[in-house]
Write a protein that binds this ligand. Structure first.
Ligand code: C2E
Ligand code: MG
Ligand code: MG
Ligand code: MG
Length: 294
């Protein structure tokens, strides 16, 4: 028996367990009401073209604005929504909210929405099409983000659903790429438009040569397969430079902008002034050798 796992520790552990359970029960209970009351809101994070800093799209990220508990992050409530089956209603409400926003309707940019594995069935396409037609948003500007794990269980069935979505005009991105079990060659047969390299590789690439090599390999493999690449979790100008030099075309991360509420997102110039200046300097940088002075 491990040191410190005496009765006291065990009781403490049990208390923690029941606290966690109680918290989860409360969220489970509140979630249906939250959906009815519109407490789950869309936040938007820019996806930026590295060559010139242009915002080409926004990822829709769910936030629960709980009346008593404040803002709750997706990791705390998406699993509950999935377990209770509320994820369908929630996802469709987010798509409706995002796609009916005049700012997004007026722009040229795309919106990317996260799709849970459990929604990846033959009804998905019809549901999404119905919503975007009702609000008048073009399918060509909606990207669906799917994780690898959603595909590996039954890759044949998943392939059929993805093909259906592509026929309807949607783009498909593979989220958190590199964390699952699939290989790019394995996914060759799937009609994917884009991979999003998981932030764990990006976070370490500036100081870990192995990570950098993995990112390089993913970027060049994707290019050879005619698949687009986005780097997730870009937090520093160093990371942005390296990615651009490797040939990665788009990026997302706190360096360019945090997920924000709709009113503080400006589709036409969502970057802060100093970020824009740094990006301009980045384009102007003649070779790619000299790191930019901050
Ligand atoms: P994701 O789809 O991979 O989204 C990217 C996550 O990374 C977001 O976390 C975002 O805020 C965070 N992020 C962005 N840039 C940076 C950065 O520079 N550094 C760091 N450390 N993090 C960064 P968030 O919003 O907490 O969402 C977490 C996950 O929850 C998402 O990961 C996605 O899997 C899931 N999720 C969020 N909204 C939805 C939704 O509407 N439906 C479904 N099914 N899942 C959602
Ligand atoms: Mg995502
Ligand atoms: Mg991701
Ligand atoms: Mg993630």
């Amino acid at each position: 028996r491990a040191k410190g796992s005496g009765r006291g520790t065990f009781c403490h552990f049990r208390h923690e367990m029941s606290d966690q359970l109680a918290a989860r029960k409360r969220l489970e209970h509140d979630l249906q009401r939250a959906l009815t009351n519109g407490e789950i809101r869309a936040y938007y994070q820019p996806l930026v073209r590295l060559s010139d800093g242009r915002v080409e799209g926004f990822e829709v990220l769910a936030r629960w604005l709980h009346p008593d508990l404040g803002m709750i992050m997706p990791d705390a409530f998406i699993p509950i929504a999935e377990d209770t089956g509320l994820i369908q209603q929630m996802t469709m409400a987010l798509i409706r909210e995002a796609c009916s926003d005049p700012m997004h309707q007026a722009g040229q940019h795309y919106l990317a929405i996260n799709i849970s594995a459990s929604l990846l069935n033959r009804d998905l396409c019809a549901h999404v099409v119905k919503i975007i037609q009702a609000v008048g948003f073009p399918a060509e500007r909606l990207e669906l983000e799917i994780t690898e794990s959603a595909l590996i269980n039954d890759i044949e069935a998943a392939g059929l659903v993805l093909a259906q979505l592509r026929r309807a005009g949607f783009s498909l991105a593979l989220d958190d790429f590199g964390t699952g079990y699939s290989s790019l060659t394995h996914l060759r047969k799937l009609p994917i438009n884009k991979i999003k390299i998981d932030q764990s590789f990006i976070a370490t690439m500036t100081h870990n040569p192995t990570s950098r090599k993995i990112v390089e390999a993913l970027v060049s493999l994707a290019a050879s397969m005619d698949v687009e690449v986005t780097a997730e979790g870009v937090e520093t100008s160093d990371m942005a430079f390296q990615l651009r030099d490797i040939g990665c075309l788009t990026a997302q991360g706190y360096y360019f902008g945090r997920p924000s509420m709709p009113s503080s997102v400006n589709a036409f110039s969502p970057l802060a002034h100093d970020q824009l200046e740094r990006l301009k300097a980045m384009i102007a940088r003649p070779d790619g050798e000299q790191p930019l002075a901050q």
